[in-house]
Design a protein. Structure first.
Length: 518
């Protein structure tokens, strides 16, 4: 009887709470209308994001639909559950938000607590002055000089990729390329971030590969965490629910602590990302000509948890976005053999000029490769939306609308990239969209795969370099074509924020030499 009584009380409390939220929604769902902003018709309790919250549609698909519904308007209002969001369509307003009026929109707007979730204290998540200080510290780690320092490691991983695929190419096999390239990218990140040779291609059970899978795993627990932070972030933080599973946090913190302690205890130095962070921890300058400990006593170092947080986001962003971009690019090259042949001819010509070696300078000379990757990022942007929080009241230029402090802003990157106004026949894969002439004829702020302004992705150069080395390593030896397992068109996984193809990217691989002999 006592148990039944307890259940009755809980059911009653839940019903009363739900009723109160419903009544509150009647007021909340008039937020944009009261401010004279065109809004989509919301419904309780999901607002305009039912399919997104229930994981039936991805972020990109959801906000692309909203984008189309607001056609003819510079912006429009919608609701993520009970939270008002403002979707921006006009590229001039986007420019203002990302660059000109950045001081009003400097934060991504994701809720977190570093005490509960130490890995959340990374550059992507941080806000305000903390973000600015860390960005200043980390910027020298991604200069051209640092990229050249890491380049030989990328080339070595590319050679391993070629060798791994040789047996499959000899048999004209079908391969799921996204998994292959995720292993390649994990090898690159493990080497460039930690100086660790994990050989994921030869050893699929390698620890780093397993943790990479774990980070992206969509379990029931992960879904609940994500929903809590999406719909009730303050409640999630009050209940001390970490957005990162504890085993993942423990692995990265322990690995970083042990590696840093070992290097410092034994005076070990490597040319990798972690070594640069160790220098920052010890208040050493990454650019000796501009700053040293003696020159600037106020230069703040980094804590071990700050290092772990940066390593974590470098690992996730580095292997997932690059491997997915390479996979999408190969998929399009298989569908468009004429474009694949044109890329291959450029690769052959440039490598011949550099005596067959993949060098940093050779990669920079491959203009058509760069166009093809840009077109891949247009059609399949890894991050489908840019998010900002308004940090102080902002009057949208040319309108009567004032965006209140705390308002969440959504810039629908995927929708902009597929707007026929800017990209005729948007579903067509056409690298020539990124010729200099074509780029100058287009508004700069309708192409945003890495964001723009002060919060432009700090690892953009590294990501592009990794993607180019991977593709050149493949195209210099192999050809790719569609097969019976190829999905046309590719469908995206609604459970993942980063654009991810369901079922992977299946292609047939063959040796180039065998093809030429026929």
């Amino acid at each position: 009887m006592e148990t039944l009584s307890c259940i009755s009380v809980l059911v009653g409390v839940f019903a009363v709470s739900l009723g109160a939220l419903y009544l509150y929604s009647k007021h909340r769902f008039n937020y944009w209308r009261k401010r004279g902003v065109l809004q989509l018709k919301p419904s309780f309790p999901f607002g305009n994001c039912r399919d997104l919250v229930l994981m039936r549609k991805s972020f990109g698909e959801t906000f692309a639909e909203h984008y189309k519904l607001f056609a003819g308007n510079a912006f429009g209002g919608a609701y993520m559950a009970l939270r008002p969001i403002l979707l921006i369509r006009d590229p001039d307003i986007i420019k203002n938000i990302l660059v000109k009026d950045f001081d009003h929109f400097h934060d991504h707007g994701f809720d977190f607590d570093e005490k509960i979730d130490p890995l959340s204290g990374n550059l992507f998540m941080l806000t305000g002055l903390k973000w600015k200080e860390l960005r200043t510290k980390l910027s020298p780690t991604f200069t051209s000089g640092k990229m050249k320092m890491m380049f030989p490691t990328l080339v070595d991983c590319g050679v391993e990729l070629q060798e791994y695929l040789q047996n499959f190419a000899d048999k004209d096999d079908m391969l799921e390329m996204r998994d292959v390239l995720a292993k390649f990218s994990t090898d690159v990140i493990a080497s460039c971030a930690f100086g660790i040779q994990c050989n994921c291609l030869k050893n699929p059970d390698a620890e780093f590969r397993q943790w990479g899978k774990k980070v992206l795993e969509v379990s029931f627990e992960v879904i609940l965490r994500n929903l809590m932070y999406m719909l009730l972030p303050s409640v999630a933080i009050a209940l001390k629910i970490s957005n990162t599973p504890n085993d993942i946090t423990n692995f990265f913190r322990t690995m970083v602590h042990e590696t840093v302690n070992f290097r410092e205890r034994h005076s070990v130095e490597r040319k990798d990302f972690l070594q640069l962070l160790i220098k920052l921890k010890n208040k050493e300058s990454l650019e000796p000509d501009t700053l040293s400990t003696q020159q600037n006593e106020e230069f703040a170092g980094m804590t071990m948890d700050e290092i772990a947080a940066q390593v974590f986001v470098f690992f996730i962003a580095g292997f997932e976005t690059s491997s997915t971009t390479m996979s999408y690019c190969l998929h399009e090259l298989a569908l468009n053999p004429d474009i694949q042949q044109r890329m291959r001819e450029e690769v052959d010509r440039v490598l011949l000029k550099h005596e067959g070696a993949i060098t940093y300078e050779a990669i920079q000379e491959m203009e058509y490769l760069d166009k093809a990757i840009s077109e891949t990022l247009r059609k399949y942007p890894p991050v489908p939306t840019l998010n900002r929080d308004c940090s102080k009241d902002y009057r949208i230029p040319g309108s009567h609308v004032t965006v209140e402090k705390g308002t969440h802003i959504v810039i629908p990157v995927e929708a902009l990239h597929h707007d026929p106004q800017y990209y005729p026949e948007p579903d067509k894969f056409d690298p020539d969209r990124f010729s200099e002439e074509a780029k100058t004829s287009r508004h700069h702020y309708v192409y945003l795969p890495f964001g723009e302004g002060p919060r432009l992705c700090i690892g953009m150069r590294f990501g592009l370099m990794q993607t180019k080395v991977g593709l050149v390593s493949l195209l210099s030896k192999y050809e790719f074509s569609v097969c019976s397992k190829t999905s046309i068109p590719l469908k995206k996984d609604p459970k993942q924020f980063i654009s991810t193809p369901i079922g992977g990217v299946w292609l047939q691989i063959r040796n180039r030499s065998a093809n030429r002999d026929q």
